[in-house]
Design a protein around this ligand. Structure first.
Ligand code: BGC
Length: 900
């Protein structure tokens, strides 16, 4: 079987890598480099941000850990997986365990792993079968410099032609430096004017430095359903990255997609619907790349934090999925990002069908670089590289934050000399990196110098670089904060508020955290990773990032504006709910009472309304353990027992179940406020006082209870002691295409709030256009089964996949008394596919008593399925159901068309 052959290659190549490492005589020096140029450093890595996340945290606080261990607290970094059960490796010890692990490695990694590509089984409904034919070969896929990459490629190729192999090698690896605090710094070739890259987090704004903006997180933008807004946010964010001397912005996020309701990083991405994610990531890439290289991440099927990295004898979890699911769900938004011209893709920590993502030839050479014709470079997630030559051959182009014993120190260059690695691969790696640099115009002398605004230690004197353009970006930052609020309950005219006389405010989420301040390098991770709001010890924080501790359910030290980890950002101020309500009280003459300290406060009987601010925390490094928080639920029930107009605001970093109190008659309004960034409070007031009608819609499904999510609730764990996956955790995506609302529909489960749901202060009516035709196939469209002109492959795949094949029209009438935005949603029932899949949406502002037309276009890809036999998108003959409405379960307009 092919996979077995690849296994042998892996082993051979790993051997070659080791040999090359041994042969390498001296550390690689960047030729002509000065002291300020990234250099190979084989001594102890000192930089706080140039290491895998666990190590970034581990080093500054190593002393604390050692202390903890000596106290017998048993904490370790990545030494055990979490979620209750202790590591199964604990039960089998020493050499025996190692022998068993290596035995199982031969089974799981190379022998018994589910063969996936291509598959002969035709897929027609849940559960998805595991296909049955082995992997095809995925030869190296050199960048071709096609279409709009042509000029960048010819410049890159010309420069590479003048480089030594050592210089090319140098560009592919990260270096430890102390002159800048970038998350990663790649090698330079100063002799030829290439300075290397500063790579910096993250998707919601620049993390861990001063004078930048805290933008709303991905989930908040997802809830806005506003493509223009996402573009504008990304435009300002990209400009900040550039001003700070960053070359590669480590975002946006479309993986995790959000398969698991408890997935710890879902909030970094927009939504668990691939179409919506794709539409938004398209805008984000376009906006960011006006200034900086975007690095869409994490490629691919990275759906859980549990066992995301190897620990002890336990390998990273393997996401096992079939080819069709890969294409129609997890790959879909990445395809849009590539089509939008993204110049960098970050491969993920997990294994995909048992091969580590950053050494998986199928997903990098095959899917990304061949099928999608990606022209930029692939960078490893931090510490996600596990082999030398094998990862290079599989399509990895840059290893971060370093590549000791794998590529660095001339290993790749030696490997070319001794025949272990083709010259063409090393050339392609260097060319892709340089092409991205040229493509984004970073060769211009006006591009800020590497990491210029990213001080290594903020507590030391440094040059002040203000990345912001406040006068320009202010209104966008605010509006983006506004539009991610989703109103899900509003009875008795609870909202909007209008000059209330007496308001009572409650909940730990009401005020800004008391500290937002970088500390010295010894323990600055609270500031660096968005943990200022967590009321837990340094040791516990450390454990979250290292994967040995579960993140708390709530952030108790103040209002939550972003989640934790590398997706966090650094606000210049926080408009907390209390601040904004206080300002509004000043304007209106409202009398405020507040108690943010207890779960059982007394309530002033004459309050016009009682507003409760709670949150639901989530962080990189830890999957969530609960979609509710019993303490917060009790707070709501306590207030509701004494206040007949109780309004609940939840800053939620992911799905939050509310059945404990949502039907309480005194709970009159509820808002999912997500993660709004620094303008949180004033955006909330904008919506709650009706200056703007709420226009957010849920980008995920909220269930009544956790068990409704079935196998889509919790992460997979390693098998029990003695089982074959004890050391090789397996996560089988057997639900195939049926995640989130697709799953709820297929299993006839009624959600609490359906995907796409959200209230406004007005009502809308949907109607057909004047010709009474909802949806139709375009007369001139080519409806052949396979995409025509299949050799015309552009960034994002075959060009004709994006031909418009069908369209739909409707009208929306605002029958209320004020202006409001509606998010019209179009779902398609494709033959042999889930009942409804989002394939169009439009956010439309409609004035009172006014009707607006909405037009949707459906491309060939939107209507196709991925045929695993033909290895192509196929437009099937048959009847396509079209549904239009304001959420997946409320689609008053329905019709169909036939493709024959
Ligand atoms: C995260 C990435 C991040 C990188 C650099 C990793 O732990 O998974 O998303 O970009 O660290 O900080």
């Amino acid at each position: 079987m092919q996979r077995a052959r690849i296994a042998v290659m892996d082993q051979v190549n790993s051997g070659a890598s080791a040999t090359a490492a041994t042969m390498s005589k001296e550390p690689l020096r960047e030729p002509g480099g000065s002291a300020a140029v990234p250099q190979m450093n084989t001594t102890a890595p000192a930089a706080r941000t140039l290491l895998p996340l666990w190590a970034k945290i581990a080093l500054p606080v190593a002393a604390v850990v050692i202390l903890a261990l000596s106290l017998g607290l048993g904490l370790g970094l990545g030494l055990k997986h979490h979620h209750g059960s202790s590591s199964s490796s604990n039960s089998t010890s020493g050499a025996n365990a190692t022998a068993i692990a290596s035995h199982y490695e031969s089974i799981w990694s190379y022998g018994n792993s589910p063969p996936v590509y291509p598959a002969r089984t035709y897929y027609s409904g849940p559960p998805a079968p595991i296909p049955t034919v082995a992997e095809t070969d995925n030869p190296a896929a050199n960048g071709t410099g096609a279409q709009d990459w042509a000029a960048a490629y010819s410049s890159a190729q010309a420069l590479v032609a003048n480089m030594t192999n050592l210089e090319k090698n140098n560009m592919t690896v990260g270096f430890t430096v102390t002159y800048t605090g970038c998350s990663g710094v790649s090698g330079a070739v100063t002799r030829l004017g290439f300075p290397g890259f500063c790579l910096q987090d993250g998707p919601a704004g620049i993390r861990g430095t001063d004078l930048v903006t805290s933008f709303p997180a991905g989930i908040h933008l997802g809830a806005s359903w506003n493509t223009t807004l996402v573009y504008d946010v990304a435009t300002y964010m990209g400009a900040e990255f550039k001003a700070k001397g960053v070359n590669v912005a480590l975002g946006p996020v479309v993986g995790p997609l959000g398969r698991l309701a408890q997935g710890g990083r879902n909030w970094e991405g927009y939504t668990n619907d691939p179409y919506l994610a794709g539409a938004l990531v398209t805008q984000s890439v376009a906006g960011l790349q006006q200034s900086v290289i975007a690095s869409v991440k994490h490629w691919v099927a990275y759906e859980q934090e549990t066992n995301r990295n190897p620990s002890g004898l336990i390998a990273s979890v393997s996401s096992n999925l079939d080819d069709r699911t890969m294409h129609e769900l997890y790959m879909w938004p990445f395809q849009d990002a590539v089509r939008a011209g993204v110049a960098c893709v970050m491969c993920s920590y997990n294994r995909v069908n048992d091969s580590y993502a950053c050494q998986n030839s199928k997903i990098m050479n095959g899917l990304l670089k061949t099928e999608l014709a990606f022209q930029g470079f692939v960078v490893s997630d931090w510490g996600g590289q596990h082999t030398g030559i094998a990862s290079a051959e599989a399509g990895l182009d840059m290893a971060m934050p370093s590549s000791l014993k794998m590529w660095a120190g001339g290993i790749l260059s030696d490997a070319v000399s001794n025949g272990s690695l083709p010259q063409s691969r090393l050339d392609d790696m260097a060319t892709r990196i340089l092409a991205a640099w040229y493509q984004l115009g970073q060769n211009s002398s006006s591009y800020p110098s590497l990491g210029a605004g990213m001080p290594f230690d903020l507590t030391k004197r440094h040059q002040r670089v203000d990345g912001r353009n406040v006068s320009q970006s202010k209104s966008t930052v605010f509006q983006a904060a506004v539009e991610g609020h989703v109103l899900v309950k509003n009875v008795n005219n609870a909202l909007p508020l209008y000059k209330p006389v007496l308001l009572s405010l409650f909940g730990y989420d009401g005020m800004a955290p008391p500290v937002y301040d970088p500390t010295s390098l010894v323990a600055d991770f609270r500031y660096l990773y968005g943990f200022e709001t967590l009321n837990i010890s340094d040791i516990d924080l450390l454990g979250i990032m290292g994967g040995s501790e579960e993140a708390p359910l709530t952030a108790q030290l103040g209002t939550l504006i972003v989640g934790g980890g590398s997706g966090s950002n650094t606000p210049g101020y926080i408009s907390a709910p209390y601040d904004a309500f206080s300002q509004q009280a000043y304007d209106d003459g409202t009398y405020l009472l507040w108690n943010f300290n207890t779960v059982n406060p007394d309530v002033e009987a004459d309050s016009d309304a009682c507003i409760i601010f709670i949150n639901q925390f989530s962080s990189e490094g830890s999957d969530r353990t609960n979609l509710t928080d019993p303490t917060s639920d009790q707070l709501v029930l306590n207030i509701a027992a004494n206040c007949n107009n109780t309004i609940v605001v939840i800053h939620n970093a992911g799905i939050r179940i509310v059945d404990a109190w949502i039907d309480h008659p005194n709970v009159t309004a509820v808002i999912y406020a997500h993660l709004p960034g620094q303008d949180s409070g004033r955006a909330l007031v904008e919506v709650m006082y009706g200056n703007q009608s709420p226009s957010g819609r849920l980008p995920y499904t909220v269930a009544h209870q956790e068990s409704d999510y079935g196998q889509l609730l919790s992460p997979s764990e390693p098998g029990s002691s003695g089982s074959s996956d004890q050391y090789f955790p397996q996560s089988n995506f057997t639900e195939g295409l049926y995640i989130d609302y697709r799953y709820f529909l297929a299993h006839n489960i009624t959600p609490r709030f359906p995907f796409g749901y959200g209230l406004t202060y007005v009502d809308f009516n949907y109607s057909l256009p004047s010709n009474n035709t909802l949806a139709y196939v375009i007369k001139t469209a080519n409806t052949s089964a396979l995409p025509p002109n299949s050799t015309n492959v552009v960034s994002g795949g075959i060009a004709s996949l994006y031909d418009v094949v069908a369209a739909a029209d409707c009208q929306i009438t605002n029958v209320g008394t004020g202006p409001a935005a509606e998010v019209a949603q179009l779902y398609v029932g494709i033959p042999n596919a889930p009942e409804k899949q989002l394939r169009g949406f439009a956010k439309v502002m409609v004035a009172a008593n006014t009707t607006e037309p909405v037009h949707f276009e459906l491309t060939r890809r939107d209507l196709s399925i991925w045929d695993v036999v033909q290895q192509s998108w196929v437009l099937q003959n048959g009847t396509y159901q079209i549904y239009v409405g304001d959420n997946v379960l409320d689609t008053p307009l329905q019709s169909n068309f036939t493709i024959s």
